[in-house]
Design a protein around this ligand. Structure first.
Ligand code: ZN
Length: 250
């Protein structure tokens, strides 16, 4: 069983297309949420994801874009993107988003769990090993796949020590990959990175492949048509910074 794991697409259809074209063969697609918000193609992205993903869980932006409640925790920029997305989403897509489940979900038996933020709270950001210690203690599965931070990172713990993990790439503008063998005796928290708005200093679209039989997790990066995504964000009247930041992956 091989799963393609994607997260934080954020309405970036060009990045999603690039990921799907580059992804090696897989049996299932697991989507960790924040399908919409920030970029300019929420309806197109939902059309693709709902046909594709065996599992989709909701992110905080998916929740915000289908609610009329005030956005207490959102920055003014994120808030403008949410208001814009609410206006353009079709009714059918709003309903589909509103019905997405919160994590944790286990798409492949008890060994694997999918969440948006952390096993403790769907809105929690797992950033450092201190966060990971508590999350690993709360995780029911040996492998937890999470998103929300838009960074390709991981944490491994064996009950005594907790380590942070991350890919090392040899290029900055080409397709690249990094293999992480999953060791017995360790529990893992693994983030595939963000498809549509990376924030780990790498502009390329991010995703991961989990190969159960080989006990292997592989981080991937792939370039995409950044210029088109930026032009569509500007044409939609969304804040310029949402286009600018994509070049730097910040
Ligand atoms: Zn996000």
């Amino acid at each position: 069983m091989r799963a393609l794991i994607i997260s934080d697409i954020h309405s970036n259809i060009e990045a999603l297309h690039a990921v799907l074209a580059a992804a090696p063969a897989h049996d299932s697609v697991w989507n960790l949420g924040d399908i919409v918000g920030y970029a300019a193609n929420p309806n197109e992205v939902i059309d693709v994801v709902r046909k594709l993903a065996a599992v989709s869980i909701r992110g905080n932006h998916d929740r915000a874009c289908t609610s009329t409640a005030a956005l207490e925790d959102f920055s003014p920029i994120a808030d403008r993107a949410v208001q814009w997305t609410r206006k353009v989403l079709t009714r059918e897509h709003q309903n589909w988003l509103a019905d997405l489940p919160a994590g944790p979900l286990s798409p492949n038996g008890a060994e694997v769990s999918c969440v948006h933020g952390s096993p403790i709270d769907e809105d929690e950001y797992l950033v450092c090993t201190d966060d990971a210690v508590l999350a690993l203690r709360a995780a029911r599965a040996r492998l937890t796949f999470f998103g929300h931070t838009h960074r390709q990172v991981g944490f491994a713990g064996n009950g005594e020590d907790t380590f942070s993990l991350g890919p090392i790439y040899s290029s900055e503008d080409e397709a690249d990959q990094y293999e992480l063998p999953l060791r017995g005796g360790f529990h893992y928290l693994l983030n595939p990175g963000s498809v549509g708005q990376p924030r780990d200093g790498d502009w390329r679209a991010a995703f991961a492949i989990y190969d159960q039989a080989r006990a292997l997790f592989t981080w991937h990066r792939v370039p995409y048509d950044l210029g088109t995504t930026q032009a569509e964000i500007r044409r939609a009247g969304l804040p310029d910074i949402l286009a600018d930041r994509l070049r730097d992956g910040r």
